[in-house]
Design a protein around this ligand. Structure first.
Ligand code: TRP
Length: 333
């Protein structure tokens, strides 16, 4: 039996954080034995917003790859590759772009909210169209499952639409991939806002040093109505309580009960969270260090990209045959 496939990944726009970890990275690592796993470092997608600063990509590409490896991705099991180095993804994007109307893109909720947060009054063609390119990221290897955070669901919907439309017009080439949303599809930021997000500066990064993690946790926003330890707390509105649910499932109920009756104070509750996060992050730091040797990460990405290119060639062959644009029997020019 052929294993089913996973494709997922990240844009290299800076260090990944705990929201990425619980939203998608932990699932990727847990499923890599069961599924043939492809991890995309989506540098072209990063350019849709950072096209004026391409020089940052070189570092960020390696950092995002290291973040994935530190979370348990194993380069002997999973294929980790760079989007811009797989020309087949760009070619697929062009073919798919014929299947998607501008209005469908304009109504994509994630595009809308991102355009709002970047303050775009008008959008580039590349930014508006990145969901089509993301469909090509997913379908170039004919993936079945896409572990993602909640904000990515409209893009998976788009991918299913593109796959269905292609198959209907030209014949069955693509599966309609399913999204896999984790137990914690969205993590609150340390400032208490709904989402841990780089643009809001409220993140605990996977690569943060212990002192930084401690400082961020100790200064995180909690229940503002709670001033003294004996005041009854409201875990349902507290950032740290949300982190206990996400990272300390075993104790979280008893922590919440003690908070409600005022027997555990915010400082003790935060200190416990610092310990929990250290237990989580310290083995990840070790894995990061192990993959940080000279040239190692580059080698992993180059090897992974070769495998991705081979897969893209296979898919593009099928696409051209299905579309009847294999004019010369598949011969290269
Ligand atoms: N859009 C995703 C993000 O911002 C990154 C991404 C690019 C992706 N291509 C993908 C995720 C394909 C899943 C599948 O995090």
């Amino acid at each position: 039996m052929m294993k089913k496939r996973i494709l997922t990944g990240d844009r290299p726009t800076g260090a990944l954080h705990l929201g990425h970890l619980v939203g998608s990275l932990a699932n990727r690592a847990a499923l890599q034995d069961e599924y043939e796993t492809f991890i995309i470092v989506a540098d072209v997608q990063a350019l849709t917003t950072n096209f004026e600063r391409p020089e940052r990509l070189s570092d960020d590409v390696r950092q995002v790859a290291l973040d994935n490896l530190s979370a348990g991705l194993d380069p002997d099991k999973s294929v980790m590759f760079v989007q811009s180095m797989v020309p087949g993804i760009a070619e697929l994007t062009v073919f798919f772009s014929m299947l998607v109307t501008v209005n469908r893109l304009r109504h994509n909720p994630t595009i809308k909210s991102e355009a709002g947060s970047y303050g775009y009054t008008d959008m580039t063609y590349g930014f508006l169209g990145y969901p089509v390119s993301q469909a090509a990221d997913i379908l170039f290897c004919r993936a079945d499952l896409v572990p993602v955070g909640e904000d990515q669901l409209p893009h998976i919907e788009m991918t299913r639409f593109v796959a269905g439309r292609f198959n209907e017009l030209y014949g069955p080439v693509f599966p309609e991939p399913e999204a896999l949303v984790s137990r914690v599809p969205r993590l609150v930021g340390t400032d208490g806002s709904a989402k841990m997000s780089k643009s809001l500066g409220n993140c605990i990064h996977l690569s943060d040093e212990p002192a930084v993690v401690r400082e961020k946790v100790m200064s995180a926003v909690t229940d503002p109505a709670r001033i003294h330890k004996s005041d009854p707390g409201h875990p349902e509105i507290c950032t740290i309580a949300a982190y206990h649910r996400a990272f300390n499932a075993q104790e979280s109920q008893s922590v919440e009960e003690s908070c409600r009756v005022g027997t555990i104070g915010c400082v003790a509750c935060k200190k416990r969270m610092v310990e929990v996060l250290e237990a989580l992050l310290s083995p990840m730091r070790e894995r990061r260090a192990a993959f940080s040797g000279p040239g190692l990460i580059d080698e992993i990405l180059v090897e992974g990209t070769k495998r991705a290119c081979a897969e893209a060639d296979e898919t593009l062959g099928r696409v051209r045959r299905a579309m009847r644009i294999d004019y010369f029997g598949g011969r290269d020019a």
